[in-house]
Ligand binder design. Structure first.
Ligand SMILES: *[C@@H]1O[C@H](CO)[C@@H](O)[C@H](O)[C@H]1NC(C)=O
Ligand SMILES: *[C@@H]1O[C@H](CO)[C@@H](O)[C@H](O)[C@H]1NC(C)=O
Ligand SMILES: *[C@@H]1O[C@H](CO)[C@@H](O)[C@H](O)[C@H]1NC(C)=O
Ligand SMILES: *[C@@H]1O[C@H](CO)[C@@H](O)[C@H](O)[C@H]1NC(C)=O
Ligand SMILES: *[C@@H]1O[C@H](CO)[C@@H](O)[C@H](O)[C@H]1NC(C)=O
Ligand SMILES: *[C@@H]1O[C@H](CO)[C@@H](O)[C@H](O)[C@H]1NC(C)=O
Ligand SMILES: *[C@@H]1O[C@H](CO)[C@@H](O)[C@H](O)[C@H]1NC(C)=O
Ligand SMILES: *[C@@H]1O[C@H](CO)[C@@H](O)[C@H](O)[C@H]1NC(C)=O
Ligand SMILES: *[C@@H]1O[C@H](CO)[C@@H](O)[C@H](O)[C@H]1NC(C)=O
Ligand SMILES: *[C@@H]1O[C@H](CO)[C@@H](O)[C@H](O)[C@H]1NC(C)=O
Ligand SMILES: *[C@@H]1O[C@H](CO)[C@@H](O)[C@H](O)[C@H]1NC(C)=O
Ligand SMILES: *[C@@H]1O[C@H](CO)[C@@H](O)[C@H](O)[C@H]1NC(C)=O
Length: 837
């Protein structure tokens, strides 16, 4: 039932596809017509409920160039001679699934040149010799399909024979349902080229369990024999021996067959002209892995086989040395849907010296369990004997074969000589290993041998190569590489090292980040030949490093944007990149890349489908993008200017504030600076309980050198007379220590700092420094007592005074020096008191 539904479904799909590029025609425009060439057209009226007569009338009236008519699935019943008169020029007629149970004698007589007739899936009593009458069929027929007419027979067996078609002397191609019967003597005189007994279409069936030498013996000119989807279990040694013209043999989908009959098949194929053998799906979907033995394929060595299909056979291992026995001319091998594991055979691949195409996708895949119930009981023939009397698998012959092929080695049974450098067949051009659940987290360097291999196309899409860091190759002739859907997030810079690659498919990965990274710059350095680069669906949001580089390296930036442009120029319009399904960031930061995009717009596959997303998360389609991107330049300039301006002004404002703060606190900062320095690097007196002992000097006298005389002659003697210890820079400062430190030390080590203000003092750099430091000391460390004593030696105009000094004088008391005697006495008293205090 499921199979039936599936077939119906497929049929519908086919019909839909078929209708795709035609025009309406026929009765009530219910059919679909399609021009085939200048002379002829095709009319498809399948499943339209149009009467055969109406179709043919319409053809003769309106479309007399129609040569192909599909009238399938129209419930025609029994066609009448009058119905088909209009179709007399039709050369190919399809009447399948029309409930036809009987053919009237002259129904095909109007046809002048009917060549192909499809009567499959009807109710014709083909097997009842007393009913089947093929005299009605036109003699011109070369191809006749009768599959799906045997379903009316509950019991197939025994009394029935393949229909007697000897009257159709031009027949070359014929399709039957398969029965367990030999083709009769009458077929000996026919010249059939293509014969199918496999079950096909809606109701086709094949109940052929065993192929004997006699089964097809009469089909002596057959070139193409299809025994697929039968219920085959046994094939005898002489099954195809007499079919010397046989080129293509299809034994696929016989799930009870297994590999054990292969020795019989290969034996009998020695005597044919075999080119292609389809031995796919000869096991059930579920079950143990299978092994292909030397004996199975031994006789193939002596055949002319070019193409071998072994898809879906749960193959896990090939016996060691078996590959030495593959047919000499084998060029194409299909091994999809198997589950190979490691075995010595993998080290003998080089022995397949004439292989050109390897199709090995869908390894290790998971199948829907529903198949389990739809299929027959599984066969396990893994215990079959490994021996045979096939003359080609002797040890000496295998060694001989190994010697004759470079890189091919023979494994002596029992000994395991491991050659770890696997070699690939020298002539192989195409390898497909897609959808195979191959997983490598970090695929680093892989050296391919031989170096001068012929690989042109590699398809490893839909596997799991998370991280492709190293060099894999060399592939001196590689043209196309597909790594689509490989969960790949990193490609190393050395990964692409090919001087010949033209088509690189990297779509549906996670390469966005890695391609925007600087490391990707070198990536396409050696790939001048590239014509197609597919990077769609890669989470690319910003710059691709190899196209433009916005940062750091203007040299490489130029180089790369140029190198891609160069590519496109050299290849005229051939170069194309696919960046669809990436949400590319539309922003000023990405400006160079966007400009590059627009510049090379015509090189993008599906540019119209590209999407962009701006800073606010709004998506732009290609059209909106193109509209806006013109303004991008000016937008970005004003934007940058704005930023630049605002940042400059902000910086200025900040600086001003900072300077103001710094200026205002400059003495504080200096003071603290020196205090900190002193604390960490200078010496410091231990704090003593005794206040008196805390200071080395009673007073540090700060004065301008110009006033030195007055200080030495008057102040110092007067104070020292009174037993005071004074610190004077000329006398007490330690040499070798910076003045600033000396000053701070002096202030720190003196109970008071006596500042003698005069005009020169105000101008002196160190003088004001001393004043300010003393001021700070007072403010920060000795607020109650104070340590600064200001002496005004002469009258200094307020406008000449530094602000700090002016402020200090305004708030604090100071001592004014005078020359007159009375004032002089008072001055000395005051001074003495201030210093002592
Ligand atoms: C058959 O084809 C010939 C030309 O080859 C044409 O003259 C004639 O009308 C056609 N007949 C019909 C019934 O279409
Ligand atoms: C065929 O059609 C003609 C008229 O078009 C009619 O006279 C004749 O009886 C028909 N023959 C059959 C067998 O229906
Ligand atoms: C073949 O057809 C004849 C006539 O209709 C019928 O009597 C006979 O039973 C049929 N034979 C089989 C095996 O169906
Ligand atoms: C079909 O075969 C069964 C036995 O296998 C038999 O009983 C039955 O009569 C047969 N039917 C016909 C129509 O031959
Ligand atoms: C096949 O049919 C032809 C006539 O079309 C006849 O001469 C021949 O004897 C038949 N062969 C068999 C084996 O029935
Ligand atoms: C018939 O067989 C040949 C190979 O011998 C093949 O090329 C051709 O496509 C086949 N035709 C049909 C209709 O199957
Ligand atoms: C192989 O052929 C021999 C002889 O014809 C036969 O006995 C045997 O059953 C065949 N083996 C298979 C597995 O079909
Ligand atoms: C090889 O095949 C040929 C026919 O192509 C045959 O005559 C010969 O016997 C075969 N060799 C062996 C050893 O079977
Ligand atoms: C082999 O047969 C299978 C199933 O009939 C089919 O899908 C596949 O395309 C065939 N392979 C070749 C190479 O003909
Ligand atoms: C393989 O095993 C099956 C049963 O599982 C048995 O019938 C058959 O004889 C065995 N064949 C060989 C060659 O041992
Ligand atoms: C590319 O591969 C060749 C051969 O392995 C090597 O000599 C060359 O240095 C490689 N180039 C780069 C850029 O890795
Ligand atoms: C983009 O993604 C959608 C949804 O994932 C997918 O259907 C479509 O095929 C993708 N287009 C391309 C060009 O990869």
């Amino acid at each position: 039932m499921i199979v039936l539904v599936l077939r119906l479904f497929l049929l519908c799909v086919c019909v839909i596809v078929h209708y795709a590029n035609g025009f309406k025609c026929g009765p009530d425009n219910k059919c679909e017509c399609k021009q085939i060439n200048k002379m002829s057209s095709e009319m498809n009226c399948e499943a339209t409920h149009v009467k055969l007569k109406d179709m043919c009338d319409s053809i003769s009236q309106k479309h007399n160039d129609i040569t192909i008519l599909n009238a399938g699935r129209n419930n025609i019943g029994i066609p009448k001679a009058n119905d088909t008169t209009g179709c007399r020029n039709v050369s190919s007629l399809n009447l399948k699934y029309n409930q036809i149970s009987h053919l009237e004698k002259d129904v095909f007589s109007p046809f002048a040149n009917l060549v192909r007739l499809d009567l499959s899936d009807n109710l014709l009593p083909l097997l009842n010799t007393s009913l089947a009458d093929f005299s009605a069929l036109p003699k011109s027929l070369t191809a006749l399909r009768l599959t799906g007419n045997f379903r009316t027979y509950e019991n197939w067996s025994f009394d029935f024979n393949y229909p007697n078609l000897t009257c159709l002397q031009n027949l070359k191609i014929v399709y039957f349902d398969g029965i367990q019967k030999d083709f009769g003597e009458e077929y000996k005189h026919m010249d059939l080229w293509n014969v199918s007994v496999g079950s096909k279409g809606l109701f086709g069936s094949c109940r052929l369990k065993e192929i004997f030498g006699s089964t097809f013996r009469m089909l002596q000119s057959v070139r193409f024999l299809d025994v697929s989807s039968c219920l085959l279990e046994v094939i005898h040694k002489d099954a195809f021996q007499h079919l010397s013209q046989l080129e293509i043999l299809d034994l696929s989908i016989n799930r009870r067959l297994g590999f054990s009959p292969l020795i019989n098949i290969s034996y009998s194929l020695q005597f044919t002209n075999i080119k292609v053998l389809n031995y796919s799906h000869v096991y059930t979907t579920f079950g143990l892995g299978t092994i292909l033995l030397k004996r199975d394929i031994c006789y193939f060595r002596n055949t002319s086989l070019r193409e071998l299909a072994l898809d879906g056979n749960r193959m896990q291992i090939i016996e060691a040395n078996a590959l030495l026995l593959t047919p000499k001319q084998l060029e194409v091998i299909h091994i999809h849907e198997n589950k190979f594991s490691f075995g010595l055979f993998l080290l003998q691949l080089a022995c397949l010296n004439n292989i050109v195409y390897v199709y090995a996708s869908h390894q290790n895949i998971v199948h829907p369990p529903i198949n389990f119930f739809a299929e027959p009981l599984p066969k396990n023939d893994n215990n079959r004997s490994r021996e045979s009397d096939c003359p080609f698998m002797t040890e000496s012959n295998l060694q001989l074969i190994a010697k004759s092929i470079p890189g091919c080695s023979y494994f002596t049974p029992g000994k395991r000589k491991l050659i770890l450098k696997a070699r690939i067949p020298k002539k192989v051009k195409t390898v497909s290993f897609a959808d195979s659940n191959i997983a490598y987290t970090d695929l680093s360097e892989i050296k391919i041998r031989p170096k001068d291999n012929s690989i042109e196309e590699l398809d490893f899409s839909n596997n799991n190569f998370h991280y492709l860091s190293g060099f894999i190759g060399p592939f001196p002739n590689l043209k196309k590489l597909s790594l689509s859907r490989c969960y790949c997030s990193y490609l190393g810079p050395k990964f692409l090292n090919s001087s010949s690659i033209e088509n690189l498919q990297l779509d549906r990965n996670y390469l966005g980040k890695s391609l925007s990274h600087d490391i990707a710059k070198t990536m396409f350095e050696n790939v001048d030949t590239l014509k197609i680069l597919n990077l769609s669906t890669n989470r690319i949001t910003t710059t691709l490093a190899f196209t433009t580089s916005t940062q750091f390296d203007t040299y490489t930036k130029r180089k790369y944007s140029k190198s891609l442009t160069e590519n496109s120029r050299r290849l005229k319009t051939d170069f194309s990149v696919d960046l669809r399904n990436n949400t590319i960031e539309y922003s000023c930061d990405n400006k160079n890349f966007l400009t590059w995009l627009v510049e090379h717009k015509k090189h993008f596959i599906g540019f119209d489908e590209m999407t962009f997303v701006n800073r606010n998360g709004k998506h732009l389609n290609a059209k909106e993008f193109l509209n806006q991107v013109n303004h991008l330049n000016s937008d970005c300039i004003s934007h940058t200017l704005e930023i630049a301006l605002s940042s400059t002004s902000a910086a200025i404002a900040l600086t001003i504030v900072l300077i103001a703060v710094l200026y205002k606190n400059r003495w504080k900062i200096r003071y603290w600076y020196y205090m900190t320095r002193r604390k960490h690097f200078g010496y410091q007196r231990l704090n003593n309980e005794n206040e008196e002992d805390q200071y080395m000097y009673d007073a540090f006298i700060s004065y301008a050198d110009e006033d030195g005389e007055f200080i030495r002659e008057d102040i110092m003697p007067k104070l020292e007379e009174n037993g005071m210890k004074l610190c004077v820079h000329q006398r007490d400062f330690l040499p070798g220590i910076p003045i600033a430190d000396n000053i701070v030390d002096a202030i720190q080590n003196s109970r008071k700092t006596l500042v003698v203000i005069s005009r020169p003092f105000i101008k002196g750099k160190w003088c004001m420094y001393e004043f300010n430091m003393a001021r700070m000391e007072t403010m920060n460390k000795r607020p109650e007592a104070g340590c600064l004593v200001v002496v005004l030696l002469e009258v200094v105009p307020a406008r000449d005074m530094p602000l700090e000094l002016l402020e200090w004088i305004k708030v604090h008391s100071y001592i004014e020096y005078t020359n007159d005697v009375e004032g002089g006495l008072l001055f000395w008293d005051k001074l003495m008191a201030a210093v002592r205090n």
